[in-house]
Design a protein around this ligand. Sequence first.
Ligand SMILES: [Zn+2]
Length: 99
Amino acid sequence: MAAVPTRIYQAGPATLAIVWADGKETRYAVRDLRIACPCATCRDEMTGERILDPARVPDDVRPVNLSSVGNYGLKIRWSDGHDTGIYSYDRLREFGDAT
Ligand SMILES: [Zn+2]
């Protein structure tokens, strides 16, 4: 089954939560999510290895805008100005801590 979110909300100052179509909810520390950014600037497209230096990500980084990309995933604009990462729902579902 494809992972489809029914609700995405800020569960706390640094916590993003996604409720999925099957009723499961996953949570994310927003800074971890920023560090896990899958875009070509942050991650080597060939090896999947991280290029981004986590030390350069501000401790208080926050998502400032969320927009869905079709049924595929979520585009997040961050408070550090970064906005090229598209997080696929499949990946988010895998990456999240189930509650
Ligand atoms: Zn990125």
